[in-house]
Design a protein around this ligand. Structure first.
Ligand SMILES: NC(=O)c1ccc[n+]([C@@H]2O[C@H](COP(=O)([O-])OP(=O)(O)OC[C@H]3O[C@@H](n4cnc5c(N)ncnc54)[C@H](O)[C@@H]3O)[C@@H](O)[C@H]2O)c1
Length: 436
């Protein structure tokens, strides 16, 4: 049983009177802050990005899965506010860190966001607080990096304050599985840390899954995302093999998925994208390399996935060649810049690599994405080209990179002279459609 300030914290969690600070109001932090606020907690979001802070305070959502009407209701009831000042951290009962964990250019973990958020907490940490890291990171981060920084001023974890890791597993744009309905894995530094963090998440999340340590919880997330990255690498390789053998890979997958056990479908595409999949398994590979082990399968999958944009460009080039046309000087319209269907997130999207490679080979590139009004492609700002019969007829090739639901594919099929389809959008393929 907790005693002293930590016992008080437990009571405040149960009574929904605990104040919760969420550092980082992005795809992960904002939906989480909203769920706690809806449940009656008083939530303060802290973000360095002043536009995001203003967005929350003016109830204008900038995240697809969060409704502005929800922000308005929570602002009216004074349940949610945002600030760029870390001064508020001292008065929070629980602090949840949801900052980015990208890769450096060297493909090593960029821990600078976690480190700077931790330092801000460390300056103000007090007895009776619960600190939770949610950012995806390598096993050992919470215990080896966050904990020493927080204990540096003499407070002891598990006795004075609590510390846990709980990976975020949301899937932006997925209306079926949301922050509330995705089970939450939680690992604390001590059993008390796990219990308090489980009590906190248990108030907003349907199912909590306590595990024995922060390292285990960190590894759970990396297993999940490495599983996806490696399987996508495998199916991308199967796509290359099928092309060489003259077999339709999509038909193979559809038939294989009828097996009721032992098979799970993954689909080929133009490469991995988003803030998570391309980097998460690299966090694991980096960590284990420090321990003298080369994660061969993970590295190989990453190499296959990273080479997919090059393969897509090769397929575009040969499809044009079949029609006695050259890539050099051709106008290519890319459909879908976001890294996945029905979201606006373009971080690490393979579409940018495809665009760059095409332009390096002398093509003129335009794009259409209903979710991305403008973007920087190959160092130049472009705007999304509205789809019309005339636009489609003017280009030599249309490439489906992300198959957003709202695109008018009938129009594309009627007017595009040639389509390279990396997502199997056009299942019944006339001659003008080249499938991955
Ligand atoms: N996006 C996803 O689908 C997803 C899913 C599961 C897990 N994750 C993980 O969650 C973490 C956050 O990802 P995200 O997609 O929400 O990122 P994001 O870029 O959308 O949001 C992060 C926010 O943190 C802010 N920030 C950065 N450093 C800060 C600091 N020191 N203090 C205060 N604010 C700071 C940024 O301004 C930004 O608004 C990452 O580790 C990611 O891997 C993301």
């Amino acid at each position: 049983m907790p005693s002293g300030p930590l016992a008080k914290l437990k009571k405040r969690i149960t009574a929904r009177t605990a104040r919760i600070g969420v550092i980082g109001l992005g795809y992960v932090g904002l939906p989480l802050a909203v769920e706690f606020a809806k449940e009656g907690f008083s939530v303060t979001g802290i973000d360095l990005d002043r536009r995001r802070v203003a967005g929350v305070n003016r109830a204008r959502s900038y995240i697809l899965d969060v409704e502005s009407s929800d922000l308005r209701a929570l602002r009216r009831r004074r349940r949610l506010r945002a600030t760029s000042s870390f001064g508020v951290l001292g008065s929070q009962d629980a602090i949840i860190i949801c900052v980015p964990t990208p890769l450096r250019k060297t493909r090593e973990p960029d821990m600078s966001f976690i480190l700077s958020a931790t330092e801000e907490i460390a300056k103000r940490v007090r007895r009776g607080q619960l600190i939770i890291l949610e950012s995806t990171t390598y096993p050992g981060t919470t215990d080896e990096v966050v904990r020493p920084a927080l204990e540096a001023r003499g407070l002891k974890v598990g006795k004075d304050f609590c510390l846990a890791f709980s990976p975020e597993r949301i899937d932006p744009g997925n209306a079926t599985y949301t922050t509330r309905t995705i089970p939450k894995v939680i690992g604390g530094i001590t059993p008390l840390c796990t219990r308090l963090a489980t009590a906190l998440y248990g108030s907003i999340i349907h199912k909590t899954v306590p595990v024995s340590s922060t390292k285990t919880a960190e590894m759970v997330k990396l297993l999940e995302n490495t599983f996806r990255a490696v399987n996508i690498g495998l199916v991308n390789e199967i796509a290359l093999i099928c092309h060489r053998l003259g077999i339709n890979v999509w038909e193979v997958i559809e038939a294989a998925r009828t097996k009721p056990f032992g098979f799970m479908p993954f689909y080929p595409g133009p490469g991995l994208g988003g803030h998570c999949l391309p980097s998460d398994s690299m966090y694991l590979a980096w960590k284990v390399r420090v321990h003298g082990y080369e994660a061969r399968l993970i590295e190989l999958a990453s190499q296959i996935n990273s080479a997919m944009p090059e393969y897509v460009v090769e397929r575009i080039t040969s499809a044009l060649n079949e029609r006695r046309a050259a890539l050099k000087g051709a106008t290519i319209l890319l459909i879908g810049l976001a890294y996945k269907k029905d979201v606006s997130d373009t971080r690490d999207s393979p579409a940018f690599d495809v665009a760059r490679l095409l332009e390096e080979r002398g093509a003129r590139v335009a794009y259409h994405d209903p979710y991305v009004p403008s973007a920087i492609l190959d160092e130049k700002r472009r705007t999304s080209t509205p789809l019309s019969a005339a636009v489609l007829r003017r280009c030599q090739c249309v490439v489906i990179l992300t198959n957003h639901s709202t695109v008018n594919y009938d129009l594309v099929l009627r007017h595009a002279p040639l389509i390279v389809d990396t997502r199997n959008q056009f299942r019944a393929r006339p001659n003008r459609v080249v499938s991955l």
